[in-house]
Design a protein around this ligand. Structure first.
Ligand SMILES: *Cc1c(COP(=O)(O)O)cnc(C)c1O
Length: 343
């Protein structure tokens, strides 16, 4: 163990992302990638960006064109938008800006495991707030000395949402991570005008089908965003990702088409899994959380042997299950056919 590392880095386990096999034969239903292609305008925009001086020069550090487009689409002040190299970058910036060494990061649990990793890197403590059996939490459970509370909303792995009244009443600085919100019925943007200590984060990885591009953003009070800009790398988003993200967010019709298709397949998948005696939580995201009376780890392994990847998750004190991303109808049929032979 290198002695010159900070003790908190030496001690931490590190975040383990879902498997990304380079073997194209796998049906990937494990990392919530979108099965449909991004807007055709994205490809045009990247081609157009590959001209002239674009690669020789640094990109716009603030992503002005993206901020204007996103501000228009979402009905928010463009100065209240912070761009990031994926929303994980935005979550890192927020942790660095809001949490002092020795501070306290809080999140309902089980949820996105990165929040604890960010606390570990920062030399901060982490505390989970247990969800009840319906995946709800109550403002009375708020932790008083939290530096920040992260809500993944919709939550992973459950796909459930904490309702807006609960969020509105939650005391303290709060980040609502809306990575999956384009598959849901509501979002927290409307709370921003009431609370200056609320930040909403979004990503283009899931609903916009651009996980490979790495683009996310935060929405919050413009004054707060001005301070967050000081914490980010000056050029955290490159010219190609900025061009792609701007074109993608401007094509809301494409977004509506592919998210509607995924939501329809999600219903089919959940119904079919329930017929196979899985217990499936109603999901507002592009995945479902499926548990079974029988052990699910062998199922995960058998699926993998047949070139189908789903995410096996085991949360100490809570239990395990399969988080299955919603693919195309044909992909989900292939998964269900194999599951029927295994169960
Ligand atoms: C996928 C995911 C993210 C990260 O998205 P990127 O923009 O790809 O970094 C953030 N939060 C949650 C809850 C996610 O599932």
């Amino acid at each position: 163990m290198p002695h010159f590392l900070r003790p908190s880095i030496r001690a931490m386990a590190g975040y383990t992302p879902g498997e990304q096999p380079r073997d194209g034969a796998f049906l990937k239903l494990n990392t919530n990638e979108n099965p449909y292609p991004p807007s055709p305008r994205v490809f045009e925009a990247i081609r157009a960006a590959l001209t002239g001086d674009n690669l020789r020069k640094y990109p716009d550090p603030l992503g002005t064109r993206f901020r204007q487009a996103a501000g228009r689409v979402l009905g928010v002040d463009p100065d209240g938008i912070l761009i990031g190299n994926g929303s994980d970058d935005v979550l890192t910036i927020l942790t660095r800006a809001l949490v002092a060494e020795g501070g306290l990061v809080v999140s309902p649990a089980p949820s996105y495991l990165l929040y604890k990793t960010l606390a570990d890197i920062q030399g901060a403590r982490f505390q989970g707030i247990p969800f009840d059996s319906n995946w709800k939490v109550d403002p009375a459970q708020a932790v008083r000395d939290a530096s920040v509370t992260f809500f993944a909303n919709p939550n992973s792995p459950s796909g459930t949402m904490v309702d807006l009244e609960t969020l509105a009443a939650w005391p303290g600085t709060m980040v609502v991570d809306e990575a999956y919100v384009d598959f849901a019925d509501t979002n927290a943007l409307g709370l921003l005008s009431r609370r200056r200590d609320l930040i909403v984060t979004r990503t283009l990885s899931k609903s916009y089908s651009l996980a490979g591009i790495r683009f996310g953003f935060a929405v919050g009070d413009p004054e707060l965003i001005r301070h967050l800009v000081k914490v980010k790398d000056s050029y955290n988003c490159d010219v190609l990702s900025l061009a792609a993200a701007t074109a993608a967010i401007e094509d809301q019709e494409h977004l509506r088409g592919i998210t509607a298709a995924i939501c329809a397949t999600r219903t089919r998948l959940a119904d079919a899994l329930r017929k196979l005696e899985f217990s499936v939580t109603d999901s507002q995201a592009n995945f479902v959380w499926a548990r079974h009376a029988r052990p699910v780890k062998p199922l995960y392994e058998e699926l993998k042997r047949r070139y189908i990847l789903v995410r096996y998750m085991n949360y100490p004190g809570y239990g395990d299950g399969l988080r299955i991303s919603v693919g195309t109808d044909a992909e989900i049929d292939r998964l269900l056919d194999v599951l029927r032979t295994l169960l």
